[in-house]
Ligand binder design. Structure first.
Ligand SMILES: Cc1cc2nc3c(=O)[nH]c(=O)nc-3n(C[C@H](O)[C@H](O)[C@H](O)COP(=O)(O)OP(=O)(O)OC[C@H]3O[C@@H](n4cnc5c(N)ncnc54)[C@H](O)[C@@H]3O)c2cc1C
Length: 344
């Protein structure tokens, strides 16, 4: 039976997979990548499909679904196989008396994908406590340990691994403080939820619960029954600009190593696209989440073409209001909203 990307991704759109290869062991993962590379077969590596949109034509080639799993804790060092569900890693570190990852509770997807866009939430980044990434280097055919300082983190959501087919992440290693208390809270909404001041610390487990409850309210926890979560989380990346256009002078700004970062959610909302926008646009099958303007959602029965057309509509509205052109945070394979279909 043909498997489709609609079954493999949280946006639930996308066409057929030519050759679907689920892999549960790291040695096998290296072997299959070597095999397909030697045969010059086009290759795609996927985890849980929560940051991925693939075209309605699907993918001609092999799709390797990384399902390796295992968490090993030794003192304050934690090493995790790539296919392990990220949230189970956060929970396991807390169970082992370690702190630091708790603000990243509830982020969907596999651990191997977390360095790809240096996942972050509530003022925290996965790279903060990362020591190294073990990867298979498809150029040299060897396994390499890449220390955190060589992972290309820095500017928002960028890394050595982002949109770079050279590396297949095999495992990810952290060194975490042994502590009952969280890191100082740096996100105002979280401090407010916990009833503390910014910079205060709370018990790690308490912080995890507060993050999970905030994420649930914002439809940022996966729930198959809730169309607001049929998304890739943030569809658009927060733009980082050399210069903020005059039209966008009222937008809040944040420093970034590559320039000035603007919140895409503010730009979308203030360009006239409120939460839930889209019921009256096109065929209505794709809309902004009713609980978060950065999430483009499938209301059921949408195609990738529908998603691209809607994304282009939002991008164009923001550009005409503020002179800022939004791009995708998620990975787009065999689809684009640079040249979207016009008949939806
Ligand atoms: C409801 C929701 C909320 C979200 N909230 C957040 C959030 O708060 N913060 C945040 O940063 N992200 C968030 N995301 C995005 C997403 O969860 C993360 O980017 C996650 O790390 C993707 O993991 P995945 O296994 O699903 O990756 P996939 O979607 O399967 O893959 C994403 C990319 O990583 C590559 N990749 C995957 N595994 C490997 C590997 N082993 N080696 C090399 N490349 C690999 C793929 O080729 C692809 O390019 C959210 C998504 C959803 C749906």
């Amino acid at each position: 039976m043909t498997i489709t990307f609609a079954e493999l991704t949280t946006m639930r759109v996308g066409g057929p997979v030519d050759d679907y290869v689920p892999v549960e062991e790291t040695a096998e993962l290296i072997d299959v990548v070597r095999h397909f590379d030697a045969a010059e077969t086009p290759l795609m590596i996927i985890g849980d499909g929560s940051n991925l949109v693939v075209g309605d034509i699907g993918f001609r080639g092999a799709v390797i679904h990384v399902q390796t799993s295992g968490i090993s804790v030794s003192g304050d060092r934690v090493s995790v196989e790539a296919g392990t569900l990220w949230d189970s890693v956060v929970a396991a570190t807390i169970d082992n008396g370690l702190a630091g990852l708790e603000p990243l509770s509830g982020i969907p997807g596999s651990t191997g994908a977390t360095p790809v866009q240096n996942v972050g939430a509530y003022g925290a980044l996965m790279s903060t406590f990362l020591t190294h990434v073990r990867a298979f280097d498809r150029t040299t055919g060897t396994v390499v340990d890449i220390p955190v300082e060589d992972c290309g983190f820095g500017s928002h959501r960028k890394s050595l691994f982002k949109r770079n087919p050279r590396y297949v992440v095999l495992s990810v290693s952290f060194e975490l403080p042994r502590d009952e208390l969280s890191q100082p809270i740096s996100y105002a909404g979280l401090a407010q939820r916990l009833g503390v001041e910014l910079g205060e610390r709370v018990r790690v487990a308490e912080l995890r619960e507060a993050v999970l409850s905030l994420r649930r309210e914002r439809a940022m926890l996966l729930d198959p029954a809730d169309h607001d979560t049929w998304s890739v989380g943030s569809f658009f990346v927060n733009p980082v600009l050399d210069e903020v256009p005059q039209q966008a002078s009222e937008c809040p700004t944040y420093p970034d190593v590559a320039g000035t970062k603007l919140p895409a959610a503010w730009l979308i909302e203030n360009a006239g696209f409120p939460r839930g926008y889209g019921a009256e646009w096109g065929n209505g099958r794709v809309r902004l989440s009713g609980r978060h303007t950065l999430a483009v959602t499938n209301r059921g029965g949408a195609t990738t073409s529908d998603v691209m057309a809607f994304a282009a509509h939002i991008r164009d509205g923001v550009e005409s209001a503020f002179g800022v052109r939004l791009g995708p945070e998620c990975d787009l394979i065999n689809c684009s909203f640079d040249d979207p279909p016009t008949d939806v």
